[in-house]
Design a protein around this ligand. Structure first.
Ligand code: ATP
Length: 452
C-alpha cells in the first residue's frame, strides 16, 4: 500500500481524504483468471487485486471546487464512490465535517449521506423514465422525511426554476427534455435535500460542447447561492479549467499533482500533467492528440509499476546514478528498452538497431556492455533475455522505480500549496511529502499527528 499524497491538513476543510485505497478482488469477477498447469491440480485460480485507488490524500475546502482529471480507467469514479462510501474503502479514511465516515452507520450515516450528493454522467439513465420530473426531484426529500407533500411540491417547483427549467414542466416525463435539461433535473434532485457537498462525476461529458458551458455556469451560480462544495470529475481539461478552483491530476490510482487551477495550468510540475496539457486544444480529447503525446499503454492497475506509476511512459525518466550518459544517449536507451518490451520491431541485426535507435551515439562503459549483451540476445532471438537486461539494469534502477515521489514545491503563481509526485522536483521541494526511507511513505507533510 502506498500512502503518499498531498496530505497537509487544512483547518477550513469540509472533506479530508487520507491514504484512501480501494482494491477490487478479481477472484469472483469477470477478470478472475484461471490458469492451466501441467502439474496437479492442473487448474489454478490466481487471486489479484485491481488497485483502482491506491493511497490518495487531499482536502476540499468549504465552498471550493476541486477538479479531478485523468485518463479513462485511472480511478476517478472509484475514488468518488469510495469518498461517499458508496464503496467500502480497502483502507484509509474520509472525514466529512470532521467526522470519520467509517465510524458512522445506520441513521447517522444516512443523515450524513443527505449532505453528500452525487450527479452522474449519463442524465438519461439516471432518471427513471416512468416517473415525472416533479416526483423525481421530490424522491430524495421523501426518503429523508423532509417536508409534507405540498411542501415538497413547492420546493421541487422552486428548484426546477433555480436550475433554469420551467416549473410548469413539473408533470413532464424525462424523455420530453434534452440532455442538458435532464442534467438540470438531476441538479434539482441533488439540491432538494439541501446538501453541502456534491460529487459531480463527468456531469457534462455527454452533452454538446455548446450546452456544456451553460450547465457549468448554472452549477457555478448554484454553488454561490447554496454554499455548495464540489468534487468535479472530468477527463476534459477545458471543462476542469472552467469550473475548478484547484485541480488534482490522477494517474493509475494515484494523485500525481495537485495545485491551484492557475498554478497547475500555467506551471505544471509533473510530466504527466504536461503531457495532458500539451494535448489540448483538440476538438475531441478522447480521439487523436493525447495518445500520440502519451506513448505506450497505461499499465495494469493489478500490477502497477513500482515508484512513480507514470515512469513506464514518462519522457523524463531519470537516469540511474550508476551511469553517466548524456541526456540524448539515456533517452535512446529508454526508447530502445520500451521498444523491446513492446516487441515494436522485427529487426535483429545489432548494427542496424544501433543505427536506428542510437543515432546520437551508443553508451560507453558498463552501460555500453549491457547494451551489447541485450543486442546479442536479440540477434539470437532471445527477446525475454534482452528485455530483462534493459529493464532490470536500466529502467528499474532509476530513482523513479525505486522510490515513491511526493514533494511540495513553491507555488509560483498563487499562495496555495503545490504537490507534485515527481523526483525531478526533489531539488526545488520545500518539503518531501513522504519520508523516502519509509517504504509505505507513512510520514506525511503537515498531516495531523493522529493520522500518522
Ligand atoms: N467493480 C469493479 N471490479 C473490478 N475492477 C473495477 C471495478 N470498478 C472499476 N474497476 C477497475 O478500476 C480501475 C479504475 O476504474 P474507474 O472506473 O474508477 O476509472 P475512471 O477514471 O473513472 O474511468 P472512466 O473515466 O472510464 O469512468 C479500472 O481499471 C477499472 O477497470
Amino acid at each position: 500500500m502506498s500512502g503518499v499524497g498531498p496530505a497537509a491538513s487544512d483547518p477550513d476543510a469540509l472533506l479530508q481524504v487520507r491514504d484512501l485505497c480501494k482494491y477490487f478482488d478479481n477472484d469472483s469477477g469477470l477478470l478472475g483468471s484461471v490458469g492451466l498447469d501441467d502439474e496437479f491440480p492442473y487448474v489454478t485460480r490466481s487471486s489479484s487485486n485491481v488497485r483502482a485507488v491506491d493511497g490518495v490524500s487531499f482536502d476540499i475546502k468549504e465552498g471550493e471546487t476541486l477538479g479531478l482529471v485523468g485518463e479513462s480507467g485511472c480511478g476517478k469514479s472509484t475514488l468518488a464512490r469510495t469518498v461517499l462510501r458508496l464503496l467500502e474503502p480497502t483502507s484509509g479514511s474520509v472525514y466529512f465535517q470532521g467526522e470519520d465516515l467509517a465510524s458512522l452507520s445506520g441513521e447517522p450515516l444516512r443523515r450524513m449521506r443527505k449532505d453528500m450528493q452525487m450527479i452522474f454522467q449519463d442524465p438519461q439513465s439516471s432518471l427513471d423514465p416512468r416517473m415525472k420530473v416533479g416526483p423525481i426531484v421530490e424522491e430524495p426529500m421523501q426518503a429523508h422525511g423532509m417536508l409534507d407533500e405540498e411542501g415538497r411540491e413547492a420546493r421541487a417547483k422552486e428548484l426546477l426554476e433555480k436550475v433554469g427549467l420551467d416549473p410548469q414542466h413539473y408533470n413532464r416525463y424525462p424523455h420530453a427534455f434534452s440532455g442538458g435539461q435532464r442534467q438540470r433535473v438531476n441538479l434539482a434532485r441533488a439540491l432538494s435535500v439541501n446538501p453541502d457537498f456534491i460529487v459531480c462525476d463527468e456531469p457534462v461529458s455527454a452533452l454538446d460542447v455548446s450546452i456544456q458551458a451553460q450547465v457549468l455556469n448554472t452549477m457555478e451560480e448554484l454553488q454561490d447561492e447554496f454554499d455548495l462544495t464540489y468534487l468535479f470529475i472530468a477527463h476534459d481539461l477545458s471543462v476542469i479549467r472552467h469550473i475548478s478552483d484547484r485541480v488534482a491530476v490522477m494517474y493509475l490510482g494515484n494523485v500525481v499533482e495537485l495545485a491551484d487551477k492557475e498554478e497547475l495550468f500555467e506551471n505544471p510540475k509533473h510530466p504527466y500533467t504536461r503531457a495532458l496539457l500539451d494535448a489540448i486544444p483538440v476538438p475531441d480529447p478522447r480521439s487523436g492528440g493525447r495518445e500520440e503525446l502519451l506513448s505506450g499503454d497505461v499499465p495494469s492497475p493489478i500490477d502497477p509499476p513500482s515508484g512513480c506509476r507514470f515512469r513506464t511512459r514518462c519522457p523524463k525518466l531519470i537516469q540511474p546514478e550508476t551511469y553517466d550518459m548524456t541526456d540524448e544517449t539515456w533517452r535512446s536507451v529508454v526508447r530502445f528498452q520500451r521498444a523491446v518490451k513492446r516487441r515494436a520491431f522485427e529487426e535483429t541485426d545489432p548494427d542496424a538497431l544501433r543505427g536506428r535507435y542510437f543515432d546520437d551515439g551508443v553508451p560507453s562503459g558498463d552501460a555500453g556492455t549491457l547494451l551489447d549483451e541485450a543486442l546479442d540476445h536479440i540477434e539470437r532471438d532471445e527477446w525475454d533475455d534482452a528485455e530483462a537486461i534493459l529493464t532490470e539494469r536500466f529502467a528499474d534502477e532509476s530513482v523513479c522505480a525505486t522510490a515513491k515521489p511526493a514533494y511540495e514545491v513553491e507555488s509560483a503563481l498563487t499562495d496555495g500549496r503545490h504537490y507534485a509526485a515527481c523526483h525531478l522536483r526533489r531539488d526545488e521541494a520545500v518539503a518531501s511529502a513522504v519520508d523516502e526511507g519509509a517504504s509505505d511513505g507513512a510520514a506525511r507533510l503537515g498531516a495531523p499527528e493522529a493520522d500518522d
